[in-house]
Design a protein around this ligand. Structure first.
Ligand SMILES: NC(=O)c1ccc[n+]([C@@H]2O[C@H](COP(=O)([O-])OP(=O)(O)OC[C@H]3O[C@@H](n4cnc5c(N)ncnc54)[C@H](O)[C@@H]3O)[C@@H](O)[C@H]2O)c1
Length: 279
């Protein structure tokens, strides 16, 4: 069990959507919550509405994330839960993407998580009470779909880093765990992600609003940020690696795994040899 009550918890992307839902649930579970976000106006509003501390951060900037960690530790003395959640979710076919399209998505979604781990892991490891890193990936890390090339690449990276970090921390006997959040559809501000996009050459990457699509609007596939917050708090409490928000998506994951299994079994194996036999 990871203790939440009284623990200092930082949530990036906490001004809106899933981050706000996680911050609310952590606050309700008794954590001292700090939300961090690039969007100053939304950050100030949400911090006031939730009654939590707000600190501006740009997760794509290593120095900005380090300054966040320094400020939190200077103010509170320790940190126990870090939720690397800030992200952007526009879509576009790979053939249409500019390099700046790729860079923006990877900078925020993948480097943002790397920066969070780099800046906060030493503090979590130094915390005698231990701690937890929570990374927000996506269903697209289980099932990469067309139009989500940059997004799925970033989220697959977050998935892999989280698995490796969890295994390394367990090997090291560290009192720090990892939770990976893999949402499907959640009603948030993700459909207007480009509001936070810095300057650069814009290619075929555009915001998509799945919730406005009549064929999806009427499908009961959506969760609220509050639902996700509850699921994440449950996963933290129970030291779960996966915080699965949309278990109904399991058949799609199994279908992909079936394809991988079939590829492994398609041809008779070439008998592996020793180094000496090959040299
Ligand atoms: N909404 C979904 O259906 C869904 C599904 C799977 C995964 N996710 C993931 O959930 C996370 C949260 O997204 P959301 O859906 O709540 O969207 P959202 O737009 O409501 O929230 C994202 C937050 O991240 C902030 N942000 C963006 N760029 C930033 C930066 N450079 N530095 C700091 N903060 C930044 C935004 O200001 C915003 O407050 C993302 O990682 C997203 O990829 C969302």
């Amino acid at each position: 069990m990871t203790e939440i009550s009284g623990v200092v918890a930082v949530v990036t992307g906490g001004a809106s959507g899933i981050g706000r839902g996680i911050a609310t649930a952590l606050r309700d579970a008794g954590a001292k919550v700090v939300i961090a976000d690039v969007e100053q106006g939304a950050l100030d509003r949400t911090a006031e509405e939730l009654g939590v501390r707000g600190i501006r951060v740009d997760v794509s900037d290593a120095g900005s994330v380090q300054a966040l960690a320094d400020a939190v530790v200077a103010e509170y003395g320790s940190v126990g839960i870090v939720v690397n959640n800030a992200g952007v979710g526009p879509a576009g076919r790979i053939r249409d993407l500019s390099l700046d399209d790729w860079r923006w998505v990877i900078d925020v979604n993948l480097w943002g998580v790397i920066h969070g781990i780099d800046a906060f892991l030493p503090h979590l490891l130094a915390n005698p009470a231990g701690g937890r890193i929570v990374n927000t990936s996506s269903m697209s890390s289980f099932q990469p779909l067309p139009n989500l090339g940059a997004y799925a690449a970033s989220k697959a990276g977050v998935h892999a880093i989280s698995e490796v970090l969890a295994a390394e921390l367990a090997e090291d006997g560290a009192n720090v765990g990892v939770t990976l959040v893999t949402p499907g559809g959640v009603l948030t501000g993700i459909a207007t992600s480009s509001r936070n996009r810095p300057a650069g050459e814009r290619g075929g990457l555009t915001d998509i609003d799945l919730a406005a699509d009549p064929t999806r609007r009427d499908v009961a596939m959506w969760l609220s940020p509050a639902d996700v917050g509850e699921i994440v708090v449950r996963a933290i409490r129970n030291d779960d690696f996966y915080a699965i928000t949309h278990p109904g998506a399991l058949p799609r994951v199994e279908e992909r795994h079936e394809g991988i299994r079939a590829a492994f079994l398609k041809y008779p194996p070439i008998k592996p040899r020793t180094v000496e036999e090959i040299e």
